[in-house]
Design a protein around this ligand. Structure first.
Ligand code: 9MR
Ligand code: ZN
Length: 534
């Protein structure tokens, strides 16, 4: 590992440019003609608790767009400064969803080396009545496995539609997917592929099935070779509410694009809500006895209901939704999380970014206060971290990248509400982390930078004949909490939390990919892309 930890995707010429040195030597920046353009002393040493590294965080300051080298202790690292540094990474991250599509041919024309014929296109059996088979083909594979789970899907759609609504200038219509060139940003084209599938996952009475998968995770084979029978697991409250929320959000997003689609989404959303109203007794989802794929167990459905109420209130203006919001915004302590098990952050985002004029002042200000308090807590953690990372040493769980991107989202919203640059700078350090300013000197996005991770826990990546993994995938990242024995064996008990990471295929616990880790990174990256180009 190098002594310099850097954002390998590059830095915006108009934005701060933090990097980290682990050396006590001076640092020299050279331009492409090898001339010295800046020198730095080693900076102040700080102990970073999560990694046990002694680090020196430095700021490059003004540097015009160009290619440079950071030289220290006889080492050289590439440094890119650009007016538009995140275009490529953002496009790759969005395109990776296309390469996760299930149920359609991934044609060579678009998928290139990653082409494969349609997978999982046969009918699935309803688990509770196996005489009934249904067409629930389509959507994205959730992660390294081939399961398709509705709650996590709704979360991923939430991240990406908010990214579009808040930062529309970050997206293009030329990602080379089948719909490219239709005049609609490819981010939305891609989301629509998932939305069409979500509509199929709704039961006639409005409830939403929790997932469709085989009984067990498939072995490491290509998706089209997974021919086991798929089953539709029972409906759940959490999935129904999260999907109700995301369909209402999508309905609003498509209202100016495709009126029929928009109306269909709203109708489905309201039917899901009505089912929840008629079935108030919350039951958490549990895998049926012989199904062993992801459970996405969630013991609290209130945050999903809050998100659904907020989206439905926004679009219909109906009192019943506002009442629910009032009740739940008071009841829920935490309202700043954007993950599959807690989606309350989306409700806050809706109110803070879009509903200021439509909700009572008292409600708006109470949400704002709670949210800014959360942002200040996140900011405090960044300040105590040597790398500027927004989670403590206890936050390195399965999918720690999610926690780090979540903090970035909170900081971005706080910046947008208050205009306070400290929030923006701290949010940027989380993107810097993602792209390599971290304790393992790794860019956590495939295909980006000098040292991206190479071996995602992903069935197609591990079983195709292509050396390079699918580009644009985001790794779950270091995790020392709930680990595979094989990971423990490799890293032991002494490895610090932020270094508990193995770039090997087996390691689902530290190196899987998942749609909702990718989508939240899309949100964060889109904000900075927008900041650079606006
Ligand atoms: O993202 C999930 C993480 O929070 C859990 O700790 C982990 C173990 O239960 O499961 C993760 O979700 C996995 C899902 O169950 C199946 N598809 C792959 C997901 C990413 O690892
Ligand atoms: Zn498939």
């Amino acid at each position: 590992m190098s002594v310099i930890r850097i954002n390998q995707a590059g830095y915006g010429s108009s934005l701060p440019k933090a990097f980290v040195s682990l050396s006590e030597k001076d640092i020299v920046i050279r331009n492409s003609a090898d001339e010295i353009v800046k020198t730095f002393g080693p900076g102040t040493a700080v102990f970073d608790e999560a990694s046990c590294d002694t680090v020196r965080k430095l700021e490059l300051g003004d540097l015009p767009a160009g290619r440079y080298k950071v030289c220290c202790s006889g080492e050289e690292r590439k440094l890119i400064v650009s007016d538009d540094p995140y275009r490529n990474a953002l496009d790759l991250m969005i395109r990776s969803f296309y390469l996760q599509r299930c149920g359609c041919d991934l044609e060579e024309k678009y998928a290139g080396l990653y082409q494969h014929p349609a997978c999982h296109h046969r009918k699935a059996l309803i688990y509770e009545d196996q005489n009934i088979s249904v067409d629930v083909s389509g959507g994205w594979h959730d992660a390294g496995d081939f399961g398709r789970y509705t709650g996590p899907a709704a979360t991923a759609i939430g991240h990406m539609l908010y990214a579009y609504r808040l930062f529309p200038d970050a997206f293009t219509d030329s990602l080379d997917i089948p719909e490219s060139g239709n005049g609609i940003p490819d981010l939305l084209n891609e989301c629509r592929y998932e939305l069409e599938w979500l509509l199929k996952m709704q039961r006639e009475d409005g409830a939403v099935y929790h997932k469709v998968s085989t009984l067990n995770f498939a072995p490491f084979i290509m998706p089209q070779d997974d021919l086991e029978q798929e089953y539709v697991s029972p409906v759940s409250h959490c999935a129904t509410a999260a999907v109700a929320a995301c369909l209402a959000l999508a309905s609003d997003t498509w209202s100016g694009i495709d009126g029929d689609f928009s109306a269909k989404l709203l109708d489905a959303s309201v039917r899901a809500w009505d089912w929840l109203e008629n079935n108030p007794g919350f039951v958490p989802f549990k895998n049926p006895a012989d199904i062993h794929t992801g459970g996405y167990g969630d013991w609290n459905g209130k945050d999903e209901i809050l998100w659904a109420a907020s989206e439905l209130y926004s679009i219909t203006g109906e009192e019943r939704y506002l009442q629910k919001m009032n009740e739940l915004f008071i009841e829920l302590q935490n309202i700043s999380t954007f993950g599959w098990s807690d989606v309350s952050g989306f409700a806050s985002m809706k109110c803070l970014m879009e509903l200021k004029e439509k909700i009572p002042d008292s409600m708006y200000f109470a949400i704002k206060e709670k949210f800014i308090c959360a942002a200040d807590r996140v900011a405090g953690i960044c300040e105590r971290s040597g790398y500027g990372t927004c989670i403590t040493k206890d936050g390195y769980v399965w999918g720690s990248t999610m926690g780090i991107m979540n903090g970035a989202c909170v900081l971005i919203c706080a910046y947008m509400i208050t205009g306070e640059p400290a929030y923006l700078n701290k949010a940027l350090d989380q993107l810097n982390y993602l792209f390599g300013m971290n304790a393992v000197d790794t860019c956590f996005v495939t295909g980006v930078g000098e040292k991206p991770f190479m071996n995602p826990h992903h069935r197609a990546c591990a079983s195709d004949d292509v050396e390079q993994p699918i580009p644009g995938f985001v790794s779950g990242g270091p995790n020392n909490k709930y680990c595979y024995p094989q990971t423990r064996q490799k890293l032991g008990n002494e490895t610090p939390a932020a270094k508990y990471y193995v770039d090997e295929t087996f390691s689902a616990d530290t190196n899987e990919v998942a749609i909702y880790w990718n989508s939240i990174a899309v949100f964060v990256c889109a904000f900075f892309e927008h900041k650079c180009v606006k």
